[in-house]
Design a protein around this ligand. Sequence first.
Ligand SMILES: *Cc1c(COP(=O)(O)O)cnc(C)c1O
Length: 341
Amino acid sequence: MPIDLRSDTITVPTPAMRQAMASAEVGDDVFGDDPTVLKLEARVAELLGKEASLFTVSGTMANQLALRSHTESGDEILVDANAHIYYYETGGPAALAGVMCRCLPGVRGIFTAADVEAALRPADQHFPPTKLVCIENTHNRGGGSIWPLETLREVAEVSRRHGLRMHLDGARLWNASIATGIAERDYAAHFDSVSVCFSKGLGAPVGSALCGSREFIQRARRFRKMFGGGMRQAGIIAAGALHALEHHRARLAEDHTNARTLADGLSLLPGIELDPASVQTNLVFMRVRKLPAAALTAALEKAGVRVLALGPETIRAVTNMTVTAAEIGETITSAKRILES
Ligand SMILES: *Cc1c(COP(=O)(O)O)cnc(C)c1O
């Protein structure tokens, strides 16, 4: 089996998770009849400190439902230039909500209250109404960076003062909470809506959730049906997500320790540019100087290690529950052999 560091989405259900899925009570969720989905939605709402939540097939769907539910066509949203919502969701904001993205210049995905203030427009018929600010925590293309709570609070304060709503793309919010000890609900308190993901580090096969007020989730539920995301006996997959929530959150700390060990080891190798101090969670980004990123990726693949080249000089490695501490050691040894030859 190769050591797979391409993403934390490559995790597969454990035997215990499969058991929970196989024995899940199910019903038709579009009728509101699936007890396992209802249980998952209640549990997620409780964890995030929101009134309600909605189970979705993917994080992209949860985020796009949030945009569609908060805005109307022709509105503007503020989002970091490297945010998943803008960068990786196939033009969803334009296609599905009909909104315009105004990109803010985040540093490792983190922007400031001053950035929001600088982007505000006067009320004037020439301008699109700005409705929503989107934050990503942890930030994927920011290298798994964690939003400092104080910065987040300042952005929320400025946004509220100007009547803007707040959405959190919390696909890896679990990682931020484990790394900082700040509860998910303490981050979520600053937002009108939050999306979270079960199929990354938590290891469930499918699913995300969107949380918010009861009224907001009711609206999102209508759009979920419209986008083709109404599921029937979805308790089978919701059971995997519930199992992941209860059993796999605390162990994310292991992924973080492994990421730090990997970063420490790789940073000493010739031709690798990597500041281990920048690794806060389970994502390790590095620049490759000696050879093209794709060449190093191919050489590692031959040695049984899979990573992802995200650009001509950029490689991403993501620790996850399929990778052990010993395999992190093997990964460093393989990279050393390749780069020193
Ligand atoms: C993975 C991810 C998502 C959602 O991705 P899906 O593949 O659609 O589930 C959303 N936001 C961030 C930051 C992500 O990393």
